[in-house]
Design a protein around this ligand. Structure first.
Ligand code: RFL
Ligand code: PHB
Length: 386
């Protein structure tokens, strides 16, 4: 089998890349190790930057997003038991959109199915046999299949294999693991607030988010040792209740969970994001802690950039954009790492944090709330405008 671009990983990055390439008549194949159902139902991101909405609309998957996505003019930060509003619309004249990653994934899958793109689900034991003249071998339905391509793109997330084929002496890895995780719960209950609330209080971090006017997504900070089996719904709601500011805690609507999961927080960057004919995009190349909702947005920004580079390579024989891909993306990646890490540090309680640091953080947040310049900067960063 031959193709121009072989994509490893069929999450949002791989799916969008396949769609953008196909729209530009660039032949491609996706290899995904899981089933379509598994990929589509993974509960993850919920907030799309305006730039991401634009990319999805341009790709032809904006119809349901525009109809069902909920535009938010702002978000709230709560600390010291008080709630403060950041009005992005007023400060930076733009909005974010609440639309789950599950919905983005389903829209992309539906579109790709309509235009008959090639996706192998349950592709096992993927091996890259050659990176100069790309050749990949994998097992599908107990059969060994080989594919020759001009390029390989790793869209296979943090646990993917593509990045392992960039030689050790070429790649540089920057990584930091946080000493806490997020425990998330999804439920068909009315969200406690019309816009998100990022909370810091003595119990640690909490986040009140949503997927619709009747479906809530909540997170609380927990230790890295916690196991999901030890968290009954009641235990989750009790702990969330303790984290909420007093003014609103009694309006919390609880109910049975649809999903519960624990995510370890980490920051990660691999440089460069390409080597020879291998390219990396999305979580395969970088992870940000979820505070600030940047991971999916960053992933789709990489893909937008890479698809444009392939377009100029295949249609205009220009290598320029492909050569600049890594440098261009990494500039946005590091700006986003900076923001996500700052927001994470400001809102979480670190296990061994002394009271001096706690007081410094509180005062830093107070300064922010009382400074229009700082709020303007925060609004722009949350919108993905650096
Ligand atoms: P994914 O989604 O991890 O997809 C990678 C795909 O590759 C497949 N794969 C392989 N396939 C073949 N062979 C192999 N050897 C393979 N190894 C892996 C996997 O099965 C999978 O299908 O990466 P992608 O596409 O780059 O997308 C990235 C996003 O999923 C991620 O950045 C976001 O979910 C991060 N994130 C958020 N991002 C936002 O922009 N806004 C948010 O509000 C937001 N909230 C979140 C989040 C991530 C979270 N977790 C779980 C860490 C909230 C949470 C709790
Ligand atoms: C979510 O709704 O899952 C979500 C929202 C905002 C974040 C992270 C996750 O910063």
């Amino acid at each position: 089998m031959d193709t121009k671009v072989l994509i490893i990983g069929g999450g949002p990055s791989g799916l969008l890349l396949s769609l953008l390439l196909t729209k530009n008549d660039i032949d491609n194949i996706i290899l995904e190790k899981n089933t379509a159902l598994h990929v589509a139902n993974r509960i993850r991101a919920g907030i799309l930057e305006p730039g991401t909405v634009k990319i999805l609309k341009k790709a032809g998957v904006g119809k349901r997003l525009c109809k069902e996505g909920i535009k938010h003019n702002g978000f709230n930060i709560s600390f010291n038991n008080k709630i403060y509003h950041i009005n992005m619309k007023k400060l930076a004249n733009d909005t974010v959109t609440v639309y789950g990653q599950t919905e983005v994934t389903k829209d992309l899958m539906d579109k790709l199915a309509k235009i008959n793109t090639k996706i192998f689900y349950k592709a096992n034991n993927i091996k890259i046999l050659n990176i100069i003249k790309p050749k990949v071998e994998f097992t599908h339905n107990s059969k060994k299949i080989k594919i020759n391509s001009q390029f390989i793109v790793g869209c296979d997330g943090y646990h993917g294999i593509t990045k392992n084929f960039i030689p050790k002496n070429i790649k540089k890895i920057y990584e930091k693991e946080y000493s806490f995780s997020w425990l998330g719960l999804l439920s068909d209950t009315k969200p406690i607030s019309p816009e998100l609330i990022y909370i810091n209080n003595t119990n640690g971090f909490g986040l009140c988010s949503m997927r619709s006017k009747t479906r809530s997504r909540y997170y609380i900070q927990c230790s890295n040792k916690e196991r999901i089996k030890d968290w009954s719904d009641d235990r989750f709601w009790e702990n969330l209740y303790k984290t909420l500011p007093s003014d609103i805690k009694n309006t919390l609507q609880t109910g049975p969970s649809i999903e519960k999961s624990i995510a370890q927080l980490r920051s990660y960057v691999i440089e460069p994001m390409n080597y020879k004919n291998i390219f990396l995009a999305g979580d395969a190349a970088h992870i940000v802690p979820p505070t600030g909702a940047k991971g999916l947005n960053l992933a789709l920004s990489d893909v937008n950039c890479l698809s444009s580079a392939f377009k100029s390579y295949f249609h205009r024989k220009s290598e320029e954009e492909l050569k600049n891909y890594s440098k261009k993306c990494l500039s946005r990646v590091w700006k986003t790492q900076n923001f996500s890490s700052w927001f994470t540090n400001a809102l979480h309680n670190f296990p061994d944090e002394d009271n001096f640091t706690k007081e410094m953080k509180k005062n830093m947040l107070l300064d922010l709330i009382h400074s229009n310049t700082q709020k303007f900067n925060l609004a722009n960063k949350y919108l993905g405008k650096y």
